[in-house]
Design a protein around this ligand. Structure first.
Ligand code: OGA
Ligand code: NI
Length: 389
């Protein structure tokens, strides 16, 4: 005979196992109410009104727009100023005319959708508790630590070095690898072009611009600087890239839960591709504002590493994802960092007596430790890297 106490525990355990199958599974099984496991405390729910937010959660925000084509033309210096101001004041911008053919971005969204439409038995093959796995299917935000689960399923793909990772990527749908690889390569190239622009907007790229009048010493210093700048770019070429395919199924009670909790992105830059369904909100001037999707564009945001590298000038901003009762939403985030072993620190040229270093050195290992050790939604990783004196 099973005692009531034990039977309750068994029920609870079987529910927990059920939840690890993800929210798409729940939705497809006709769930009408959000289970307790997904219900946030009132103050963390969408549309929570406090005296600071003035209930302005539903503002639509037009993010600053950076025209990538214009960045390559005669107006580069003006666009670089807009880029710097977007990274300082919003931590986010929309990138238009980025040069990646529409077919490649729309195929990526489409094949992501088709992956999540596969039977659960197929998706399940990629489930793994190992954070270092080259492919990982899962649910929520950080499913081993989350007290409250989020309304999201995901597939994480390590993209570097590609020849090592690729054989582990899903082989179904049949065209998955082909489409995801061509997308990953294009995004990496775009990222490197953006880094070049961002370093220049921070006043760090000394482009070759020698004139007859430059004396020899000046030339020599310039050459050394150029070498250093080239070094940073080279390091990024060998940097890590992680693609996260996010699936947010319709949610019967979207006011009680979130697709992703408030977080900032670890890494240098994130390039986010999304379908036409809105959901992303960013924190701006103490309000949560919804980003209006522009089809075919990228939402780009400053990550923790860029905030550290810029010694606090550029901001890694909190963002979260709302869900809705009607539509599936798909997004593909491409997160770019320096190589795992690299030390991330404020760029020495951006530290001075009047602007001392604001962050301690960090690396990937300390981030993994941090993820394992605490509930990452409660305290932000970047905060733990700040120097207080
Ligand atoms: C992320 C993220 C936002 C979205 O993957 O880090 O913030 O809209 N995604 O899916
Ligand atoms: Ni994010």
């Amino acid at each position: 005979m099973v005692l009531p106490e034990e039977s309750r525990k068994a029920d609870y355990d079987s529910l927990e196992i059920q939840y690890l199958k993800g929210v798409k599974y729940l939705f497809e099984n006709g769930i009408e109410h959000v289970p307790k496991k997904y219900i946030l405390p009132a103050s963390d729910r969408p549309n929570f009104v406090n005296e600071r937010s003035h209930g302005a959660d539903n503002f639509n925000l037009e993010l600053p727009i950076i025209d990538f084509a214009e960045l390559q033309g005669p107006n580069r210096s003006e666009v670089l100023n807009s880029l710097a101001s977007a990274c300082e004041n919003y931590g986010f911008f929309q990138l238009l005319n980025h040069g990646i053919p529409y077919e490649i971005t729309s195929n990526m969204v489409d094949v992501s959708k088709r992956f999540f439409e596969l039977p659960f038995s197929e998706r399940e093959k990629y489930m793994s508790a190992d954070m270092g796995s080259p492919v990982r299917y899962g649910t929520s935000y950080n499913q081993t630590n989350d007290d409250v689960f989020c309304w999201r399923d995901f597939l994480k793909l390590v993209c570097h070095p590609l020849p090592d990772a690729l054989p582990h990527w899903p082989s179904s749908p049949l065209d998955f690898r082909k489409l995801a690889v061509s997308y990953a390569k294009e995004v990496k190239f775009l990222f490197l072009m953006l880094v070049d622009a961002i370093l220049e907007s921070l006043g760090l790229m000394n482009k070759k611009n020698k004139t007859e009048e430059n004396d020899e010493d000046e030339d020599k210093n310039k050459e050394e600087d150029e070498d250093e700048d080239e070094e940073i770019l080279k390091e990024f070429e060998d940097g890590s890239q992680l693609m996260v395919l996010n699936c947010y199924p319709p949610c019967p009670q979207p006011d009680l839960t979130l697709g992703m909790p408030p977080h900032s992105d670890y890494g240098f830059l994130t390039l986010l591709l999304q379908d036409e369904v809105k959901g992303l909100q960013i924190q701006h001037k103490e309000n949560w504002v919804t980003v209006k999707p522009i089809p075919g564009s990228f939402v780009v945001n400053v990550g923790d590493h860029l905030e550290i590298f810029s010694n606090g000038r550029f901001k890694s901003v909190l963002h979260k994802v709302l869900v809705n009762p009607m539509d599936y939403r798909i997004s593909v985030a491409s997160l770019h960092c320096l190589p795992f072993k690299s030390i991330v620190q404020p760029c020495p040229k951006l530290v001075s007596e009047t602007n001392p270093r604001h962050y301690m050195d960090t690396n990937f290992a300390s981030f993994i430790e941090y993820l394992k050790s605490r509930d990452s939604t409660k305290e932000n990783f970047l905060h733990s890297r700040k120097l207080t004196s």
